[in-house]
Write a protein that binds this ligand. Sequence first.
Ligand code: AMP
Length: 292
Amino acid sequence: MSDQSVFDVDVWTLTRFVMETGRKAKGSTGELTQLINSMLTAVKAISSAVRKAGLVHLQGLAGQVNVTGDDQKKLDVLSNDLIINMLQASYGTSVLVSEENKDAIITPAEKRGKYVVCFDPLDGSSNIDCLAPIGTIFAIYKRASDGDPTDQDALQPGSQIVCAGYALYGSATLVALSTGAGVNFFMLDPDGSAPYGARYVGSMVSDVHRTIAYGGIFMYPANEKSPKGKLRLLYECNPIAFLIEQAGGIATTGTQRILDIKPETLHQRVPFVVGSQDDVEEYLSFVKKHQK
Ligand code: AMP
C-alpha cells in the first residue's frame, strides 16, 4: 500500500465519521455535513502543500516567481484561498471571517447556505521557516438572521458554535473535531514520524494540542506589551475554547469564560488561558491572590 492510499483511507474514516454523526442529527439536511467535509478537503490539500513547501520556504523562494514562471504562493495565502474556495463551493456558507482578510467575505448569492465560518488558515505560519508545527483553526456558527448576510452575522459568542476544530501539521497531520459531543482526533497521515515533544513553540495549535493530549495549561494573558492579550477571539480563541471545554477543560480570559464573550469586532483580541480544570483553577486562584 502506498503512502498516498494510507492517507486516503484515514481521511475516509474521518469523512465517514462526520457523515454518520450527520445522519444521527435529527432533521439534518446534510448541509453541515457537506460543509465540514469541504473544510476537511481543504485541510488535506493544505497538509500536502505544507509538506511540499518546506523546501521552497527554506530556499526563501516563497512569494516569488519560480523557474517555470508560476507564482510560488506563500503558504498562508494559498491556505486561505483553498479554504475560501472549498467553503464557498460547499453551498453551506454565507459569511466567512479569515485571519488573512480585514473584512468579512460574503459568499456569492447563488452559493449561499446558512452557516458562518471563522478561521485562521495557517496559525503560526511564521514558524514555517524553522519547520515547527503549524495549524488551521476553525469555528462554524449558524447565521442568526435571515436578511442579507453581513459581518454582524459573525459577531456571535463562542457558546453558539455548532462545530469547531483544528488541524495540526506536525510530524504527522492530526485533526481535532467537535460538534458539541466531546472531541474526536484523527490522524491524516499515520506514516508520519513519532509523536513530537514540542513545548511552547509559539504555534498555538501545537501548544494547545499538547495541552489537550497530556494535560497542563496554555496561556497568553494580558501583559504590558499586549494589554488585551495577543490572540484573536473569533478564529483562534473561540474554536479552541469550544474544543477545550468539550474535552473537559476550562477556557477563560482570567475573569470571564471565553465562550460567553459577545464579540464587538471581527479581529478583536482577548487574554486567553486554557487547560485542564485543576491547572486553570490553580492559575486563577494564584492571580486572585496576587491582584492588587
Ligand atoms: P443541517 O440541516 O445539515 O444544516 O443540520 C442541522 C443541524 O443538525 C446542525 O446545525 C447541527 O446541529 C446538526 N448536524 C448536522 N450535521 C451534523 C454532523 N455531521 N455532526 C453533528 N451535528 C450535525
